[in-house]
Design a protein around this ligand. Structure first.
Ligand code: KIV
Length: 301
């Protein structure tokens, strides 16, 4: 009898165990099937986040505020079809979890029921967010928090700015992180906070911190995949390390493609074209000749 071993996705508990063992957590964002499929290799991506940053890098919005539940679900579904091992985390977009608890719970549940996500991510630690984290965790929806620079609050934060740069704001950050942990969050993203502060938060929490612009002491790191592969041309934040030149390669490829078309080099007559049966070519030629003779001649008026 053959045994079928089914690939198992990483779980939030395994992420916490990684922190306990001092193992770093590797993660990236993903927004469509092919990229998710390429990233989802054994031992490489612990979790994949379908982040609302897709509003900027995929949909071309100036920030993440315009992203809707339907936008997110469309991409979460595509990414879920491309992954089998990484834990799949879906970002809750602006206003999907901010009106009241019942609508927030329904929206979070849609990410799992319709999108096949394994967990959701919420920004901030407001009273509503904390009670939502508690409730979602109790009903079986794992939650990742997100503190520091929270892009959905870009208007109140006055732009894309480093956070927790003074002692009162550090204290607030630590309290928020502890409150998220107490409410049941299984990890917290720390975005754009000084490395020293992220190190303190990381030491004070039992759940993992995932840094993006928060230094090397975090338990794990995440980058937006388009930044990571060098495909987002609009701007490059200081904390991004680019591991590919896909944007440049794409531009060069398009130039090459255009040159080949204009010179008649593409498509190749043998390797990139299909052919009519040789024994029928004479019939094809005769058909063309007869058809051309029958064509009506239009007189100009
Ligand atoms: O939306 C996103 O991509 C994120 C990451 C920056 C963590 O929230």
């Amino acid at each position: 009898m053959s045994v079928i071993t089914k690939q198992r996705r990483l779980t939030p508990q395994q992420l916490i165990a990684k922190k306990q063992r001092g193992e770093k957590i590797v993660s990236l964002t993903a927004d469509e099937y092919s990229t998710a499929n390429l990233i989802d290799q054994p031992g490489v991506g612990d979790f994949l986040l379908v982040g609302d940053s897709l509003g900027m890098v995929v949909l071309g919005y100036p920030d993440t505020l315009s992203v809707t539940m339907e936008d997110m679900l469309h991409h979460v579904k595509a990414v879920s079809r491309g992954t089998s091992q990484a834990l799949l985390v879906a970002d809750m977009p602006f206003m999907s979890v901010h009106v009241d608890l019942p609508s927030a719970v329904r929206n979070a549940a849609r990410m799992l029921q319709e999108g096949n996500a394994n967990a959701v991510k919420l920004e901030g630690a407001s009273e509503l967010t904390l009670s939502l984290v508690k409730h979602l965790t109790e009903i079986g929806i794992p939650v990742m928090g997100h503190l520091g620079f929270t892009p959905q609050s870009v208007q109140t934060l006055g732009g894309f700015k480093v956070q927790a740069k003074s002692m009162p704001t550090v204290k607030q950050l630590v309290e928020d992180a502890k409150a998220l942990e107490a409410a049941g969050a299984f990890a917290v993203v720390l975005e754009m906070v000084p490395s020293e502060v992220a190190a303190v938060v990381t030491r004070l929490l039992t759940i993992p911190t995932i840094g993006i612009g928060a230094g090397v002491a975090c338990d794990g790191q995440i980058l937006v995949v388009d930044d990571f592969i060098g495909r987002f041309p609009d701007f490059k934040p200081k904390f991004v390390r680019t591991y590919g030149k896909m944007g440049l390669q794409l531009k060069e490829a398009v130039h090459h493609y255009a040159t080949d078309i204009l010179s008649g080099e593409f498509p190749h007559p043998d390797t990139e074209s299909f052919h009519f049966p040789a024994e029928e070519l004479e019939a094809l030629r005769e058909f063309e000749e007869t058809y051309a003779l029958q064509e009506p001649v239009y007189e100009s008026c």
